[in-house]
Design a protein around this ligand. Structure first.
Ligand SMILES: [Zn+2]
Length: 255
C-alpha cells in the first residue's frame, strides 16, 4: 500500500506525463481511432547537379549535409529510395507555391542525377515516368502539382534545368502544358497576377518570369512576358482551373 510521500510522488509523475506530440496547448486529449497517415499531394522534381550518382547518394545520405529526397534516379534508370514516403524528406527548403509555405510536408521529392547541362538520359526518364505513375495511383496527385524545385523556390533554385522534358511528362498527365500556339490572352491580362494564380511566388518578379519560362518554354530570360508567352500563361491558367483537372478526395472519406 502506498502512503504519504509515495502517493505524492506518483501524483507528481502523472501530472508530468508527456502529452502526445502535436497536442494543442490546453486541449483535452480524447483520441479517436479514425485516422491514417497524411498523403503527399505534390511531387517536386530536382536535378542533383552531379556527374555521377554515387556522389549524389553520398550527399543525400550524409547527416552533416541535412538534405535528402524520397527517391534518387540514376542515368541508367536505377531507382533508389532514401526516405519513406510517409516521412518528410528535406529537399524543397524555403519554398512557396500557391500559398503553400512548407512543400516538404506536402510532397514527394525526386532527385534525377544530371549535371544541369546535359540532356536527361532516356532510361532515367522512363524510370521516372513509371515512378510518377505509381505515385499518382497511390495518392491521386493532381496533374498541376507535378513541379520543379525552380518553380517553388524561384530566387534560389534553377533545377531541373531547361533541358528537362516537361512536355513529355505532360503527355502522361504529369504537370500542366499547353500546345502552341494557344489563343491570344485577353487584352489587359496582368501577367504577374497570372503567374501568381498559376502558383508562383512573385515577390521577385524577374525570378518568377525566369522560372515560368524555364518550365514552360525551355528558355530562361527574365524580361516582361511577350504576347505569345502571355497567351501561354492564360492557356495554362485555364487548364489548371478546369474542374476536370482537379484532384478528387478519396471516395470513402466522409470529410
Ligand atoms: Zn533541387
Amino acid at each position: 500500500m502506498l502512503r504519504g510521500p509515495a502517493i505524492l510522488l506518483l501524483a507528481t509523475l502523472a501530472a508530468c506525463a508527456p502529452l502526445p506530440s502535436g497536442q494543442g496547448r490546453g486541449a483535452l486529449w480524447q483520441p479517436s481511432p479514425n485516422f491514417d497517415q497524411r498523403r503527399p499531394n505534390f511531387v517536386i522534381l530536382h536535378q542533383t547537379s552531379n556527374d555521377n550518382v554515387a556522389t549524389a547518394l553520398a550527399t543525400l545520405t550524409d547527416p552533416q549535409r541535412r538534405v535528402s529526397a524520397h527517391y534518387l534516379i540514376g542515368r541508367d534508370g536505377a531507382v533508389m529510395q532514401l526516405v519513406d514516403e510517409a516521412s518528410r524528406a528535406w529537399h524543397a527548403g524555403e519554398s512557396w507555391w500557391g500559398g503553400n509555405t512548407d512543400l516538404n510536408s506536402a510532397s514527394i521529392g525526386i532527385e534525377l542525377d544530371n549535371t544541369g547541362d546535359e540532356a536527361f538520359a532516356e532510361a532515367q526518364i522512363v524510370a521516372l515516368l513509371a515512378l510518377l505513375e505509381e505515385l499518382r495511383g497511390r495518392y491521386r496527385i493532381p496533374s498541376a502539382n507535378f513541379l520543379a524545385h525552380g518553380d517553388i523556390a524561384p530566387t534560389r533554385k534553377v533545377d531541373p534545368g531547361r533541358l528537362f522534358p516537361w512536355q513529355r511528362l505532360a503527355r502522361h498527365g504529369f504537370g500542366l502544358w499547353c500546345e502552341t500556339p494557344p489563343a491570344a490572352a485577353p487584352a489587359g491580362l496582368d501577367a504577374m497576377l497570372g503567374l501568381q494564380a498559376l502558383g508562383y511566388d512573385i515577390a521577385a518578379p524577374a525570378a518568377a518570369r525566369q522560372a515560368f519560362r524555364r518550365h514552360f518554354t525551355g528558355t530562361e530570360a527574365d524580361a516582361e512576358l511577350a504576347p505569345g508567352e502571355q497567351a501561354l500563361l492564360h492557356c495554362l491558367l485555364q487548364t489548371k482551373l478546369l474542374p476536370a483537372s482537379r484532384g478528387r478526395t478519396h471516395a470513402t472519406e466522409p470529410e
